[in-house]
Design a protein around this ligand. Structure first.
Ligand code: PMP
Length: 456
């Protein structure tokens, strides 16, 4: 292609010719949006249309767009020292690790990587090595949940419990098992939420026993399943899982990739529950996605089995970019913004108001359930409220399309194979103003009212 030819082509055409998009099937009639700028909770496409980003990108831009302080933190650090590998150290990595421990309220060693998937791979490798060095080399299996997403790499995808994402890439890493998560909306009739959650937690114990407990290395779970449909457990569920882990010598790995950094109304999602995770993974909101960075935090009493002075007792894992100085500097500034603006409490407040205002939608003919914690909301769309049959694709596509036509971007979640890909998700920036919140509520009410009027 000559330069002249290239210059006459639109960005949309160039995109179609050259870019392969993640997970999306675009075509000529349905090209991807080309986003150009963002400010607060709002993003603008290359044609000048503005939308409120109700998903914070991929559940990540927690402090909102256009934060000059974050750009400045990256700039200053890049100028001073753009790169140090984490085989050694640098000030932002040290200060960030100290800060994360303060937020966790416990003592962890902080291992840096680039993405949520990376952080989970580190967790699996660390857990296996820990058991080996703790005299239990037979422990290599992990249990996670159906519907959960834990990443795209061979181990993290094996931990993921959504078959459609996996089956064309199998065999994935061996040694990953799954149990069903609590889905309180679909619990059997006659069971209280508490009873049901205890039964679901006991499935872990059954799995551990059937598989022979000496083979189980860890359980990995999000405090709330996010991508799989915003499944908020009763506190007894997680507390029971913790107790099962303790009793069987199984490590508890908590994936805070989405739930961390204020999304659920506290610094970390697991802090709503009486939990003491052995390993915690974080990404996304850690830098509000301004730069790639992730963390695997390992409790110090686990770490004690590493670096003991014995040969090969160190963790043989390295990556080039993890703990990049500019990314760590941005994470520190990002957390400072969250603290200065009280965004964790703000998340709780925004979420409460959102749920209160939208409670009226429960009367809507196609709304089966509304649930969430903090500024994280799921609206489960059904075809029939009696049978709870999940809504058809076209109905969900219409709701998402109508929200977009009214200037609001919402997500779609669940699990396609199980037929539960029928949850509208909201995870807006925690920096939303009162006007932004009013806008979200107004659009959702308008869209659902219009659907009820024309199709109800
Ligand atoms: N864990 C959870 C809970 C996630 O939602 C995601 C990504 N959506 C990941 C892990 C993987 O993170 P990444 O895309 O950064 O690899």
């Amino acid at each position: 292609m000559t330069i002249v030819e290239s210059n006459t082509k639109s960005l949309v055409e160039k995109d179609r010719e050259n870019v392969w998009h993640h997970i999306s099937a675009y075509n000529e009639k349905n090209p991807p949006k080309i986003w150009e700028s963002g400010e607060g909770a709002w993003i603008t496409d290359h044609e000048g249309n503005r939308y409120l980003d109700g998903m914070s990108g991929l559940w990540a831009v927690n402090v909102g767009y256009g934060r000059e302080e974050l750009a400045r933190a990256a700039y200053e650090q890049m100028k001073k020292m753009p790169y140090v590998s984490m085989t050694q150290s640098h000030e932002p990595a040290i200060l960030l690790a100290e800060k994360l421990n303060e937020m966790l309220g416990d003592e962890y060693k902080i291992f840096y990587s680039n993405s949520g998937s990376d952080a989970n791979e580190v967790a699996f490798k660390l857990a296996r090595q820990y058991h080996q060095q703790n005299g239990e080399a037979s422990r290599y299996k992990f249990i996670s949940r159906y519907r959960a997403y834990h990443g795209n790499s061979m181990g993290a995808l094996a931990a993921t419990g959504q078959a459609l994402r996996k089956y064309k890439y199998e065999p994935l890493a061996p040694g990953f098992l799954h149990v069903a998560p609590p889905d309180n909306y679909r619990r059997p009739e006659g069971q209280s939420i508490e009873e049901y959650n205890i039964l679901r937690a006991q499935e872990f114990e059954e799995k551990i026993i059937w598989e022979q407990k000496e083979t189980i290395a860890g359980i990995i779970m999000e405090p709330i399943i996010t991508g799989g449909g915003i499944l908020v457990p009763h506190p007894v569920y997680l507390e029971k899982v913790q107790e099962i882990c303790n009793r069987h010598g199984v490590l508890l790995i908590i994936d805070e990739v989405i739930c961390g950094f204020g999304r659920t109304g506290k610094a970390f999602g697991h802090q709503h529950f009486n939990l003491r995770p052995d390993i915690i993974t974080m990404a996304k909101g850690l830098t509000s996605a301004y730069l790639p960075l992730s963390v695997t935090a390992i409790r110090k009493d686990i770490y004690e089995k590493f670096d003991t002075g014995e040969e090969n007792s160190h963790f043989r894992h390295v990556n080039t970019f993890g703990g990049n100085p500019a990314a760590c500097a941005v994470a520190l500034k990002n957390i400072e913004i969250m603290e200065n603006e009280n965004l964790f409490d703000r998340s709780a407040e925004l979420g409460e108001r959102l749920q209160k205002e939208l409670a009226i939608l429960k009367d809507h003919p196609f709304v089966g359930d509304i649930r969430g914690l903090g500024f994280l909301l799921g609206i489960e769309i059904v075809e029939d409220k009696e049978t709870r049959q999940p809504a058809k694709d076209e109905r969900i596509a219409k709701i998402i399309g109508d929200c977009k036509a009214n200037g609001l971007i919402v997500g779609r979640n669940g699990d396609t194979v199980a037929g539960f890909n029928n949850i509208i998700a909201l995870s807006p920036p925690l920096s939303c103003t009162d006007d932004d919140l009013d806008f979200i509520i107004k659009v959702l009410k308008t869209v659902f009212a219009e659907i009820a009027r024309t199709e109800g």
